[in-house]
Design a protein around this ligand. Structure first.
Ligand code: ARG
Length: 475
């Protein structure tokens, strides 16, 4: 006889039951309730397949599918919610199905296991969430490209070691961030493509003797193909680790940009003012305007990095095949996926609404020696070996520092005193506008090169969009 209380998918071989504490410790419904749509979707596909292969009569298959649709509506309308008494979402849904159609519900689990089911459902869930994240990333990239176009001629100091190095444009700088996000989008797409296989039919670990049509299941659920090895199918969590890596690296990229916005909005820089929508005041200091959202984005990267290291630690040393440890993959995955998309969207909005103080950026180049390289390059063009030119200009910088003047204050005679090849036109080399305009090399900071890379970025994005469409909207 079926044991109806408490509902479990197992129990026949047990005399006793889990202690309340062990039960609370092991139940996962509080996390995997988020897979309810995928549970219903995968179950309906399984039932339809059973109807087609003769494992169920057409009538039985239809009854199950209809009942699953009803459960869908019930959950959506809040009429029935899987509640705590159930071990996991799989158990909860099967119990509800039983209440609706009686013993027929018990036929649904033929030839399948929660092991292949959960691996399938997480993949479906991730595929769905990929759409939102990808959309947010496309939005961020187009925001960066738009700003880069606007600021392709806005000069600012380019830094290495946090020290003024050479002048660049704000547009070029923002595009540098954009390329990192384009790579994130590409990685997200590639992780999606690798993930897009259907584990159903793997059963608990070794496959099944029932006539399960794995090709049909994969097609029903819009996967590219069934997974090739039943043991790998229930052991593999690479796709979760990959998404957690994509998320962690994306958060690291956001964090680096956030850090710049935080610095740039400090009075010492004054390059940017973030909008009221993304800043907060102080409870004690009336003058304060704090870049909290940027700080939170920077901080949340810690969670994403932690989740990545957690999944790797969770999987390390697990023997094949399914082990219950793997249940704890979901809170990690959910937490990261919940964090990344709003972080990307907020970063986009923050950039869109920021007020850029281009005069402060330009002013920061005055007296900062960031065109010293130009002066050395000038000598190189006159036939002086670069090493010698570097030494000479180093001495010029030293003299300026001793005299408390800038490169801009030098005259032709002083330059000639340092090297006879300096002529009157050498002073023009010191001009940062000129230094930037001359960097027309592919990938350089000259406005025309920035325009070209924006075009190149658009092409890369279009290609990624095409691949994503094939993954997310097949047929
Ligand atoms: N809640 C489980 C998980 O998320 C589902 C699979 C359970 N399988 C099992 N044999 N207990 O991993």
């Amino acid at each position: 006889m079926l044991n109806r209380e408490p509902m479990k998918m197992w129990g026949g071989r047990f005399e006793g039951k889990l202690s309340p504490e062990a039960e609370a410790y092991s139940f996962s419904l509080q996390h995997d309730i988020r897979l309810w749509k995928q549970e219903l979707q995968a179950s309906a596909a399984h039932a339809r397949m059973m109807g087609i292969t003769g494992m169920l009569s057409a009538h039985e298959a239809n009854r199950i599918v209809d009942a699953l649709l009803e459960i869908h509506a019930e959950i959506e309308e809040g009429e029935w919610l899987p509640f705590d008494e159930y071990e996991d979402i799989h158990t909860a849904v099967e119990a509800r199905l039983y209440e609706k159609i009686g013993a027929l519900a018990g036929k649904l689990h033929t030839g399948r296991s929660r092991n292949d089911l959960v691996a399938t459902e997480v993949r479906l869930w991730l595929r769905e969430r990929t759409t939102d994240l990808a959309r947010a990333l496309f939005g961020l990239c187009s925001q960066l490209m738009q700003l880069a176009e606007q600021h392709k001629e806005t000069l600012m100091p380019g830094l290495t070691h946090q020290q003024h190095a050479q002048p660049v444009t704000l547009g070029h700088h923002l595009m540098a961030h954009c390329w990192a996000f384009i790579r994130d989008l590409a990685r997200l797409t590639q992780a999606g493509v690798r993930m897009n296989l259907c584990p159903l039919g793997a059963g608990a670990l070794s496959g099944t003797t029932f006539p399960i049509d794995r090709e049909l299941l994969a097609a029903e659920l819009s996967f590219a193909a069934p997974t090739p090895n039943s043991m790998d199918a229930v052991s593999d969590r690479d796709f979760i680790a990959e998404y957690l890596f994509v998320g962690a690296l994306l958060m690291v990229h956001l964090s680096r940009l956030a850090q710049e916005l935080i610095l740039w909005s400090a009075p010492e820089y004054g390059y940017v003012e973030l909008s009221d929508e993304h800043t907060t005041g102080s409870s004690i200091m009336p003058q304060k305007k704090n870049p909290d959202i940027a700080e939170l984005i920077r901080g949340r990267s810690a969670l994403a990095i932690g989740n990545l290291t957690s999944i790797l630690a969770l999987l390390k040393g697990l023997p094949l095949t399914y082990n219950r440890d793997m249940q704890d993959d979901k809170p990690l995955l959910f937490a990261t996926m919940d964090t990344v998309t709003p972080s990307v969207r907020l970063m986009s909005d923050m950039l869109a609404q920021a007020r850029w103080n281009t005069e402060r950026m330009r002013a920061a180049l005055r007296g900062d020696f960031s065109t010293a390289t130009e002066l050395a390059d000038y000598l190189v063009r006159k036939g002086v070996p670069f090493r010698e030119a570097h030494q000479v200009v180093g001495q010029i910088v030293r003299e300026c520092l001793q005299r408390g003047i800038a490169l801009e204050d030098l005259d032709a005679e002083t330059l000639q005193r340092h090297h006879p090849r300096f002529e009157a036109d050498a002073l023009e080399a010191i001009d940062p506008e000129r230094a930037v305009r001359a960097r027309t090399i592919l990938g350089g900071t000259a406005p025309e090169s920035v325009v070209k890379q924006i075009e190149q970025a658009k092409e890369s994005l279009a290609e990624i969009e095409h691949q994503l469409n094939e993954l997310l909207n097949p047929n």
